[in-house]
Design a protein around this ligand. Structure first.
Ligand SMILES: *Cc1c(COP(=O)(O)O)cnc(C)c1O
Length: 457
C-alpha cells in the first residue's frame, strides 16, 4: 500500500538524498521505508506499520523511543536555552552531566571533553594523546630524538569515518579508497578466534594475538603514543567478542611499555555488553574513554572523551607556552544533548537498567543456541545484548558467500515483512536492541530472524 504522500517522499529522497554507506544505484531501485514515529521499542513507518527496532536505530537507542523522562528533560531545557557555547562560557547541563559521567566512568577518568559524535570523540583522544607526549619533558625515551607520534590499533578495528579515526581503523572496504590520505599506524592482530581454525594462522589465537601486540610494542614502543581498542566487542567488524582476559593483557602491556590506552566505547558503552561500560568486565582503567552513540539514550548527537588528571596536567602552563588543547567543535557541550544525556543516566539509576538486563541476556543466549545447527550459520557471538550471527556459504570450510549475493542484506529486508528492522554487517546479522526490549520481544525478534535465515539461505 502506497499513499500519495509516501510516493512523494520516496521520490524526493531518491532525487535529493545521499545516504551513508549506501550504493545509491541500488537504493534507487529499492522500495523505501520511511519512519515517521517511534513508540517504545518500535519504529512506525509512514503507512502506520510497526517494526521492532532490532538494532536500536544503529546502536544508539537505549530505553526506547519517546521515553518520557528524556522527552521531558529536553522539553524543559528547550524552554531555557537550546545552545550556548563552551568557548569562553559554561552552561548548566554540560556541567551537571560532566559530574555524573565522572561518577559512573572507570576510576581515574575525571576530565570531560565534549564533542558531537563517535568519530570526533576518537579524534580528540588521539590528538590529546599525541599532544600529551609532545608536551612532556623528561618523559621522552632515552633516545630523545624519538618522539611518541604513532598509534597502535587492531585488525578489524572501527573507530569512525573522519580521517584520523579511519587511520586507526582497519576494515578494508571502509578505508581502502582513502588510504593515501591516512596516517600510518601499527596494527596488531585482534583475536578473531572463530576464523583461526580456517586459515590456520595461529595455534592459539588469544596467545598469538597478544604476542603480535607485544612484539610490536617491544620494537616500537618508543614511538607509540597510544593504543586504541574497542573493549570486549569489536563492533563494525561483525560483533567480535574477545576472549576473556585479552583486554586486561593489552592494558598490562600498555602500562609496561608506557603507552596510553584509549578505550573506544562508542558502541559498547551504556549497558550494551551487560555492564555500564565494557571495560568493567575486566576491571580495566583506560587513559581515555570515548563515548557517543548511547550517551543521550539515542536522542541527540553528543559525545564525550574522558581522560585523567595526569593527561590534563600536561596541558597546563603559561598562556604564552601555548600548551592548551587546540580543538573544539562549535556545538561542543550542547545543552539539549547534555540534558538528554542526564535524563538517560537518571533512567539507568531509577530503573536499574543494567541489573534488569541479566534475564534478557540469558534468554538471548538460550535462543541463539538454536542457530548453531543451521546449515549456513558459521558463527554465533554474543556479549550482553549484543549479538552477531555470521552466515557462510559452507559451514565446514567457513567459506563466505559471494559479495554480490548480499545475503545479510536480503535477510534483513525479509525481516521487515514480519515487523522487524535489523541491519547487517556484511554477512553478519546484527542484534543490538534497545536495553528496554522485553523478554517477549526478544523471543519475537529471534523467531523472525530464524525464519528469515531459513527462508533465505
Ligand atoms: C559508531 C562508532 C564510531 C563512530 O561514531 P560516529 O558517531 O558514527 O562518528 C566510533 N567507534 C565505534 C566503536 C563505533 O561503533
Amino acid at each position: 500500500m502506497k499513499t500519495k504522500r509516501n510516493k512523494r517522499l520516496e521520490k524526493i529522497d531518491k532525487k535529493h538524498l545521499w545516504h551513508p554507506f549506501t550504493q545509491m544505484r541500488e537504493w534507487e531501485k529499492e522500495t523505501l521505508l520511511i519512519i515517521e514515529r517511534g513508540e517504545g521499542n518500535y519504529l512506525i513507518d509512514t503507512n502506520g506499520k510497526k517494526y521492532l527496532d532490532g538494532v536500536s536505530s544503529l546502536w544508539v537507542n537505549v530505553h526506547g523511543h519517546r521515553k518520557k523522562e528524556i522527552n521531558d528533560a529536553i522539553k524543559k531545557q528547550i524552554d531555557k536555552i537550546s545552545h550556548s557555547t563552551l568557548l569562553g562560557l559554561g552552561n548548566v547541563p554540560s556541567i551537571e552531566l560532566a559530574e555524573k559521567l565522572v561518577q559512573i566512568a572507570p576510576k581515574g577518568l575525571t576530565k570531560v571533553f565534549y564533542s558531537d559524535n563517535g568519530s570526533t570523540a576518537v579524534e580528540i583522544a588521539l590528538k590529546m594523546a599525541y599532544q600529551y607526549w609532545e608536551q612532556q619533558s623528561g618523559v621522552r625515551s632515552q633516545k630523545s630524538e624519538v618522539k611518541k607520534t604513532k598509534f597502535i590499533s587492531f585488525t578489524g578495528a572501527y573507530h569512525g569515518d573522519t580521517l584520523g579515526s579511519m587511520s586507526v581503523g582497519e576494515i578494508d572496504v571502509f578505508v581502502e579508497k582513502h588510504k593515501p590520505l591516512l596516517f600510518a599506524t601499527y596494527k596488531a592482530d585482534y583475536p578473531y578466534c572463530y576464523r583461526c581454525p580456517t586459515d590456520k594462522k595461529y595455534p592459539s589465537c588469544k596467545i598469538a594475538c597478544i604476542k603480535s601486540f607485544e612484539d610490536i610494542l617491544k620494537k616500537h614502543h618508543r614511538e607509540i603514543a597510544a593504543c586504541i581498542i574497542e573493549p570486549i566487542v569489536q563492533g563494525a567488524a561483525g560483533m567480535i567478542v574477545a576472549p576473556h582476559g585479552f583486554l586486561k593483557k593489552v592494558k598490562g602491556l600498555c602500562t609496561r611499555y608506557n603507552i596510553l590506552l584509549i578505550a573506544d566505547e562508542v558502541a559498547t558503552g551504556f549497558g550494551r555488553t551487560g555492564k555500564l561500560f565494557a571495560c568493567e568486565h575486566e576491571n580495566v582503567m583506560p587513559d581515555f574513554l570515548c563515548l557517543a552513540k548511547g550517551i543521550t539514550g539515542g536522542y541527540l548527537p553528543l559525545a564525550a572523551t574522558l581522560t585523567t588528571n595526569k593527561i590534563y596536567r600536561a596541558f597546563l602552563g603559561e598562556y604564552t607556552e601555548m600548551k592548551q588543547f587546540f580543538h573544539g567543535h562549535t556545538y561542543t557541550g550542547n545543552p539539549l544533548g547534555c540534558a538528554a544525556a542526564i535524563g538517560n543516566l537518571q533512567i539507568f539509576k531509577n530503573e536499574k537498567t543494567v541489573q534488569m538486563l541479566r534475564p534478557k541476556i540469558k534468554l538471548l543466549a538460550e535462543l541463539l543456541e538454536g542457530f548453531k545447527n543451521l546449515p549456513h550459520v558459521g558463527d554465533v557471538r554474543q556479549k550482553g545484548l549484543i549479538a552477531g550471527i555470521e552466515l557462510v556459504k559452507d559451514k565446514k570450510t567457513k567459506e563466505p558467500y559471494f559479495t554480490e549475493q548480499r545475503i545479510g542484506h536480503k535477510i534483513c529486508i525479509e525481516a521487515r515483512k514480519y515487523g522487524l528492522i535489523i541491519r547487517p554487517l556484511g554477512d553478519t546479522i546484527v542484534i543490538m536492541p534497545p536495553l528496554s526490549i522485553t523478554m517477549a520481544e526478544i523471543k519475537k525478534m529471534i523467531d523472525v530472524i530464524y525464519r528469515c535465515i531459513r527462508q533465505t539461505t
